[in-house]
Write a new protein. Structure first.
Length: 168
């Protein structure tokens, strides 16, 4: 078995767009599905999981999905977010995903900027504790852009090579 699954959770389309770029960059047997359409992990030796950062963390359906991945399965994570690249607000979410997946073999992570929905911006603007996030998200309005998608493709190819050689 040498099949890859790209599984994602997307509300605004940003994460789906990045998932599709990752999927297109992979060679070999592969599938792409929203997480709510994944019923089993048995057919896959490698899983790439994508999610949007929401309120500095993972959406609840993603948390539950990660907890169902069998031990020792090879995985990688990617996220989309409205903060500045490398900022702690997006790092905290990806780090939490890795902690949830401690029984698996996490091969790598990738983060891409993505525009926020009007509803998300409105909610953030009403919360003083999210002022920093609101200010950063203004510059994410054109993301994911071509550069972000190119970086996602590079990530996909790197992770696929690691998945093929990991554990040999």
């Amino acid at each position: 078995m040498n099949k890859t699954l790209v599984a994602y959770f997307s509300r605004t389309g940003n994460t789906r767009t990045v998932a599709e770029a990752i999927f297109d960059a992979l060679d070999g047997e592969k599938e792409i599905k929203p997480i709510d359409q994944v019923s089993s992990f048995d057919a896959y030796d490698f899983i790439i999981i994508g999610f949007p950062v929401q309120m500095h963390s993972l959406p609840y359906p993603v948390e539950q999905f990660i907890k169902t991945i069998p031990a020792r399965k090879k995985i990688a994570f990617f996220c989309t977010h409205g903060s500045l690249p490398g900022h702690r607000l997006s790092r905290e979410a990806i780090e939490y995903a890795v902690v949830l997946a401690t029984q698996t073999k996490v091969l790598g992570t990738f983060c891409s900027r993505g525009k926020l929905s009007v509803q998300a911006l409105d909610a953030l603007n009403k919360s003083p504790e999210h002022q920093e996030w609101t200010e950063m998200s203004a510059s994410a309005g054109t993301h994911p852009d071509a550069g972000d998608l190119d970086e996602a493709r590079v990530f996909a190819r790197q992770m696929r090579v690691l998945a093929q050689h990991f554990g040999r």
